[in-house]
Each structure stands twice: as structure tokens, then as C-alpha cells.
Write a protein that binds this ligand. Structure first.
Ligand code: SIN
Length: 188
């Protein structure tokens, strides 16, 4: 699969005729909403776990020295907390560009923290994309993040912004917080 998922995502047109659609964000989409939205609500999706296993060639690293960003990996029983945004399909072009380094649009059930659920979209970089880096220890991931940087800035800012956003939402993610702790240890 190519690094650039824009064309594939354009063909994923399930929601294109809808007036509005819910988008679930679990990484930078939680803390950086650089697109118009109608409303947003804290939410979760089931059977997926957030992991810093995706390489970033275009935001927090380069093709020669990729950074590490989050994707979702299947995990029965897991619940991933994030932010749902109600958007119009006109926003897809911007999102497809932003998430082009391996992320594909998937349809998923989104459960709102304040009740109810809806079918919506989530961008997931699956293990068969070329930028996928896969599992490593949380300490090694922190070391990788500490030395990485790309056009969107230092990789550490991505991690720290995500950890802060989750904390502000009252959500505990042991994987993210453990990497943050190791990153803090590196600075001492
Ligand atoms: C997301 O935030 O939902 C996708 C991954 C990212 O852009 O960081």
C-alpha cells in the first residue's frame, strides 16, 4: 500500500451524500481541530487500542527519519477514548490530506460519553501500510520520540499535547502516560 492514502480514501464515499457525519479523533485530532465542525463531544470506540506504532514521514518526522504517532490496533474488549466531531463531508478533503501518510477512513460505531451512539468515521493506519513501525517498548518509543522532528514540529510536542488533552478529559491511557513518563526521565 502506498504512503499516500488520498486516492483510496476518496473512494471510501459511504458518507459523502450525508449532510453531516461524526468523525472520531484519538490522536492529534483530539487537540488540534484545524477544520470547521458543527459540534464536538467526548466519545469512545470499542475493540481498538491507541498505540504509538505508526511512523510519521510528513508531520513529526521525515521519510529518512520517521517520527512515531498513534494509530489504532484491534484489541477485543479495549475501549479507546477520544473526541467526536460532527462535520460536513466537505471537510473530508482536508482530513484526507492531513492523514495521508497511511491512514484510511473506516466506518465505526462511536459511543458518546454523555449517552447515545452513532455510526461515523475514524482514520486508522493499519499494519500493512508502508509507514507502519509496529510495537516497541514504551521506553524505546520515548527515546524514538525524543530524537524525532518534522514539518509539524518536534515529535515530543505531539506526545505531550495528546497526554495533556487526555488528562484534561479525565481519561487515563497507560500506554500514552507511560511513554510520557519515560520522556520526562530522558530530560533529567
Ligand atoms: C487521529 O487523531 O484520530 C488520527 C491520528 C492523528 O492524526 O494523530
Amino acid at each position: 500500500m502506498s504512503h499516500n492514502t488520498i486516492e483510496t480514501n476518496r473512494r471510501m464515499n459511504k458518507f459523502d451524500s450525508h449532510d453531516s457525519v461524526w468523525l472520531f479523533g484519538y490522536g492529534s485530532l483530539i487537540y488540534k481541530a484545524d477544520f470547521p465542525y458543527i459540534e464536538r463531544r467526548p466519545a469512545s470506540i470499542a475493540n481498538w487500542a491507541r498505540r504509538f506504532w505508526q511512523g510519521s514521514h510528513d508531520h513529526r518526522g521525515t521519510p529518512e527519519a520517521p517520527g512515531r504517532v498513534v494509530t489504532l490496533v484491534p484489541e477485543p474488549g479495549a475501549v479507546c477514548h477520544g473526541m467526536a466531531y460532527l462535520i460536513t463531508p466537505a471537510v473530508f478533503a482536508h482530513l484526507d490530506y492531513r492523514e495521508k501518510n497511511g491512514y484510511l477512513r473506516f466506518a465505526s460505531e462511536i459511543v458518546f460519553d454523555d449517552g447515545g451512539s452513532a455510526e461515523g468515521l475514524v482514520y486508522i493506519a493499519t499494519s500493512d501500510n508502508e509507514a507502519f513501525l509496529g510495537e516497541d517498548s514504551e521506553q524505546a518509543i520515548a527515546q524514538h520520540i525524543a530524537r524525532s522532528s518534522g514539518p509539524s514540529g518536534p515529535n515530543r510536542d505531539y506526545l505531550l499535547s495528546l497526554a495533556m488533552a487526555l488528562r484534561e478529559m479525565g481519561k487515563h491511557d497507560p500506554h500514552v502516560f507511560e511513554i510520557e513518563r519515560h520522556l520526562g526521565d530522558l530530560k533529567d
